[in-house]
Design a protein around this ligand. Structure first.
Ligand SMILES: Cc1cc2nc3c(=O)[nH]c(=O)nc-3n(C[C@H](O)[C@H](O)[C@H](O)COP(=O)(O)OP(=O)(O)OC[C@H]3O[C@@H](n4cnc5c(N)ncnc54)[C@H](O)[C@@H]3O)c2cc1C
Length: 381
């Protein structure tokens, strides 16, 4: 079988911790949680206590210490539970906390980062709106100053963990400049005028909650503003690099599980008097799946290690995200084919992964948007 990517010992140990958590606490319930379209809130506390939610965050707030690879080890390990939705939901702090940690003052970091890392509070990041996704400069949710407070009006869409989030890191418009007029705020659950107006039904990632959020005259003090007015866009671009790398790791990790399930099935399932693994067409399909997976994983690790070394490599991160997403979609598609009718049944992990994988070329920036970044910043076009 394909061996895991060699990593430093502390990364391997952490990956093993996440894998154990996935096998004991996620895998036995994955199917039921997918059907229920929710996993228990208590899982955040358990993952916090196991040190999983603190991966890569500063020790001062309960994290493991800053480290680019650790949260990626968490993705690889946790996905072994067989539910991308659980991993996305548990790790929504991975996109919600960085703006707080980069822009916030000490009090803000202690107030929001510490409980989220402990698993006592659920955090979400709200950028996308009903009227705009890829075009972040088109954000219309507005925060206008009123004495010492801000009043926020608008709506956000497709927000992971938004329904049960205790606080949401929200990108708002504070000025007219398309990019320079954006600012992050934190809005806490229970603030009058703020509501998670609906939980959305999805193709995959079913165990995660995905919300539409409404902001109707939501008054927050200036202490909920992160950094100076206008600092949001640059920080969002930094945030995207971590998110896209994580989604790239979702890609190869998803393909790896699908490949293993397809191999196991091909060994067992017989047709025309022999295991289907003996048909050359199946063997070659599996060989091709393994090759694509290895290529995606190699690219992902190479890019992750360069980011960990401090390089700012927007085109390469975009390439890794695009390639791994494509591999996840194609390998899970092939795995379903190898399982035949069983691959179309909700009881199989391959069926679930094939639906989950479809999110990867869309979430965190679409394939087309990644290609624009590659063309502009990588090719100078
Ligand atoms: C399950 C799920 C979870 C999510 N979680 C979050 C979250 O936690 N927080 C959050 O803020 N958002 C979240 N999102 C939103 C996600 O990031 C957006 O869906 C994504 O960025 C695309 O935006 P859009 O859906 O508005 O598509 P659009 O921007 O409307 O794009 C539609 C199509 O047009 C194409 N397109 C757009 N611009 C261009 C261009 N310049 N050139 C070529 N083609 C273009 C796109 O590639 C796409 O094919 C989530 C989405 C999903 C489905």
């Amino acid at each position: 079988m394909i061996k895991p990517e060699p990593v430093e010992e502390h990364h391997a140990l952490f990956r093993a911790t996440c894998l154990r958590f996935a096998k004991e606490r996620i895998a036995p319930h994955a199917e039921a949680w997918e059907e229920a379209e929710l996993f228990p809130r208590a899982l955040y506390g358990e993952a916090g206590a196991a040190g999983i939610l603190g991966a890569g965050f500063p020790e001062a707030y309960g994290g493991s210490g800053e480290d680019v690879l650790l949260p990626l080890m968490a993705v690889e390990g946790l996905l072994r539970g067989g539910s991308s939705g659980v991993v996305a939901g548990l790790q929504s702090l991975g996109i919600a906390l960085p703006p707080i940690l980069r822009l916030g003052d000490e009090a803000q970091k202690r107030r929001w980062a510490t409980p989220a890392i402990a698993g006592d509070a659920v955090a979400a990041l709200a950028i996308t709106e009903p009227g705009t996704g890829s075009d972040v400069a088109g954000i219309r949710t507005r925060a206008r100053q009123d004495g010492g407070d801000y009043i926020i009006d608008g709506a956000k869409l497709f927000i992971t963990s938004g329904v049960r989030a205790d606080f949401v890191t929200v990108l708002c418009r504070t000025g007219e400049d398309p990019h320079g007029g954006l600012t992050f705020f934190v809005v806490e659950k229970g603030t009058p005028g703020f509501s998670a107006s609906r939980s959305l039904k999805k193709t995959g990632w079913r165990a995660s909650d995905t919300a539409e959020l409404a902001f109707d005259g939501v008054r927050v003090p200036a202490a909920n503003r992160l950094g100076a007015e206008g600092s949001g866009f640059v920080n969002l671009m930094q945030n995207f690099q971590g998110e896209r790398l994580a989604l790239a790791f979702f890609g190869h990790a998803t393909a790896e599980i699908a490949l293993e399930d397809a191999i196991a099935y091909a060994r067992e399932r017989e047709a025309f008097g022999r295991p289907i693994a003996k048909f050359q067409v199946t063997r070659h399909k599996l060989a091709s799946m393994a090759t694509r997976l290895m290529a995606a994983r190699a690219l992902n690790y190479q890019v992750a290690r360069r980011v960990a070394a401090g390089q700012v490599i927007v085109p390469e991160v975009s390439m890794a995200k695009n390639f791994a997403a494509e591999v996840a979609v194609s390998v899970t598609h092939d795995a379903v084919q190898i399982l035949g009718g069983m691959g179309y049944m909700r009881e199989t992990r391959v069926e679930r992964l094939s639906r989950d994988a479809r999110l990867l070329p869309i979430g965190g920036g679409t394939t087309e948007v990644m290609n624009e970044l590659i063309a502009r910043y990588g090719l100078g076009l």
